[in-house]
Design a protein around this ligand. Sequence first.
Ligand code: SF4
Ligand code: FES
Length: 383
Amino acid sequence: MTDRTHTAAVNGATGAPLWLLAELTYRCPLQCAYCSNPLDFAAVKEELATEEWLDVLAQARAMGAVQMGFSGGEPLVRQDLETLVAEARRLGFYTNLITSGLGLDEARIAALHAAGLDHIQISLQASDPDVAAAVAGSPKAHARKLAMARAVKAAGYPMVLNVVLHRHNIDELDAIIALCDELGADAWSWPNCQMYGWAQLNREGLLPSREQLETAEATTARWRERLAAQGRDMRLLFVVPDYYNDRPKACMGGWGAIFMTVAPDGAVLPCHSARILPMTFPNVRERPLREIWYDSEAFNRYRGDGWMREPCRRCDERHRDVGGCRCQAYLLTGDAAATDPVCSLSPEHHRIEAARHQAEAGERSVTGLTPRNVHESRVFCRA
Ligand code: SF4
Ligand code: FES
């Protein structure tokens, strides 16, 4: 937790946002079964226009935000991406593109470079092309991603390769790390799948077993030693997933503490998943960003600790983990103000234990996952 977050979490004092995540679109050529976009993404028909995004960037920077991510969906679907990147850079943001790599080609890499983009993060689904195809819903995407990762490096970009781990690819971690190494990535990241959006729908089919996690942790440790022996300074992080912890994470560094997401239609959220919560989020088309951040009911609802229930309310750890994740609490208990059930002190912790037991029982096929798709999204809209 940063000093700023800590201050906000403890005193309820609201500092400026540090991070702006611009989710430019929910459109995407892939169908990842763990997509963090909302299940009813098809209900969001309209996207902010270029001029509106430019205004959002200016407002966020004026408030003090310094880091910015362009994501989606697939942000490369937006033909104005280069314009937005150039403006973000001009305003003084450190800019990061979070992409599948589809929609990228040498010309666009050059255009993004000219626009001043600082950093590209490409996601891979696996090292095994068949697993990658099954998870992304595309037989051709994997080869294209590898080609684009090479092109990004050839253009001299700092590149992060990101591989979300789950029960169908975690056993190939050794090969995944070798692939990241071979592609020349400057940083590697393999977060365990977070169970939001489509991943929550597919949770039973995605959650790894404890044995798989232990093997993956040992693989990471082996690579750490190997790289250190080669004198290479790579930070390899293996973070145990929430469902195998007995304390929750301080999600987003605290609600409305350092992070804000602007969704494709202009809704402003304290995290990328918050649309699932039974509350109304303000929109940049209706209110200035500063007013939304400091004064809106949505951003203030879970700031500080006044909203907490037992056992968080009197817990000594409440300023460290801020009671966990509001979205996870809602998804698992139906109450967004509940203690995150990941916490072993939560009366609902049995839900996490039950999910773990399910993960230990039986094999599940990667082809049994529900891909992110418009048809199902429409069904969720109607519901
Ligand atoms: Fe954190 Fe609440 Fe659990 Fe205490 S009871 S450790 S504050 S989640
Ligand atoms: Fe929304 Fe944690 S993902 S608060």
